[in-house]
Design a protein around this ligand. Structure first.
Ligand code: CO
Length: 208
């Protein structure tokens, strides 16, 4: 993909959008009211809008290595706070994906330098679910399961924030955990029971 092509693609995209709706960009510039905050992996193969068929203005997006929600990461915490408190999104989605390089790296005894503290958070997910994961003999299945458990744990980290707890009480905001299977293209809903997860952790993490 060269830069010349990128700018040509952009012209084509503008033409397509304005052909469907001549005021598309004027409408877009008036403001945003996305219903979903999407937290996903930075992986180039996981194209959030494309795989969901979402249009500009529909998703508020945060991406980082292995779709992590770390409480001392000012970046992701600012995104959650802004999306939930100010944009008033109705759903927060954490979307992981199979074959995630970040999750894979956390399974290997490797010094990754500056990435060590980031990957440590995924290793902590492993430790939290060590019994279940160690019982899986097949390495690929273990890797896939850690991807799923990491999504669950990041959903729990979303639920631990005061803004999300408040929005749940006030307007029934939900948290969803999904996995993108790039081997088939399928988006899988892990069907995390939001009210049940919330009731389990509230004893410790209640901020309201
Ligand atoms: Co990834």
């Amino acid at each position: 993909m060269n830069f010349e092509q990128i700018f040509k693609n952009n012209e084509k995209w503008i033409a397509e959008k304005t052909q469907q709706n001549p005021s598309f960009f004027q409408d877009l510039s008036k403001g945003q009211k996305p219903e979903i905050l999407y937290i996903g992996c930075s992986d180039s193969r996981v194209t959030a809008e494309d795989l969901m068929g979402a249009q500009p203005g529909e998703l508020f997006i945060h991406r980082n290595i292995a779709n992590m929600v770390v409480s001392i990461d000012l970046n992701v915490m600012s995104v959650i706070n802004y999306a939930v408190t100010h944009l008033k999104v109705q759903h927060v989605v954490v979307c992981g994906h199979y074959e995630c390089g970040g999750v894979k790296a956390s399974l290997q005894p490797l010094d990754m330098g500056i990435l060590n503290p980031w990957l440590r958070n995924i290793r902590d997910v492993y430790r939290t679910h060590q019994k279940e994961l160690d019982a899986i003999a097949n390495e690929q299945k273990k890797f896939d399961r850690l991807v799923e458990l990491n999504v669950e744990e990041q959903c729990i980290n979303v639920i631990k924030t005061a803004a999300v707890q408040k929005a749940y009480k006030e307007r029934g905001l939900t948290v969803q955990g999904w996995v993108f299977d790039m081997r088939t293209g399928k988006l899988i809903d892990l069907k995390i029971d939001f009210p049940q997860t919330l009731s389990h952790i509230m004893k410790i993490y209640n901020l309201e």
